[in-house]
Structure formats: structure tokens, C-alpha cells
Design a protein around this ligand. Structure first.
Ligand code: ZN
Length: 96
């Protein structure tokens, strides 16, 4: 059941749980009994299952349990040696 927030003019904000669509606009404050108006608030939607949550979850998991690859790398994934320069004179420079 959803949680509705009410703002008491004397105390503070309090929450009440009602079935969907059954919440009234006015409720008595549980501490002082003053009539309180319902407060509009953002719905507390679940973020589990979203791409951002999965990324955060896998980042946390890999901190303690790094993923280990078993088997060979897929074909075409071998790293090619990258040319640092295109100047042909650099190939004549002494190598360590
Ligand atoms: Zn109150």
C-alpha cells in the first residue's frame, strides 16, 4: 500500500498508509490532532533492475570478487601492435 505524507501546521510532516486511492486530503495529526493537509511527494519507485543499478552492483561485486576468465580469448581480440609514428625515418633510430 502506498505511503501518503501529511503536513501538520503545528508539528511536522507525518506519514500514513492507505489503500490506493483511499487517502483523504485531510487527516488529523497523530501528535496534536490538528487537521493536516496531504503533501504531494515524489513516488518511491524501485531502481533495482535498471542498467545503472546493475553497473553499480557489478562494480561493488568486482571489488571483492574479480571476474576471472576461463578459456581462450575470442578470435579477433588479440591486441595489435600500434605504430607510434608514421615517419619512416623513425624506424632507423636505435632500439633499446
Ligand atoms: Zn501536529
Amino acid at each position: 500500500m502506498p505511503i501518503y505524507e501529511y503536513r501538520c501546521p503545528e508539528c511536522s510532516i507525518f506519514e500514513a498508509i492507505f489503500p490506493m486511492g483511499a487517502a483523504s486530503d485531510l487527516q488529523p495529526c497523530p501528535t496534536c490532532g490538528q487537521t493536516s493537509r496531504r503533501k504531494m511527494s515524489a513516488p518511491n519507485l524501485s531502481k533495482t533492475g535498471s542498467a545503472a543499478f546493475k553497473l553499480i552492483d557489478s562494480a561493488h561485486r568486482s571489488a571483492s570478487e574479480p571476474q576471472v576468465l576461463t578459456g581462450a580469448l575470442p578470435p579477433g581480440s588479440h591486441r595489435k601492435v600500434q605504430a607510434y609514428t608514421s615517419n619512416p625515418l623513425h624506424s632507423k633510430l636505435p632500439r633499446p
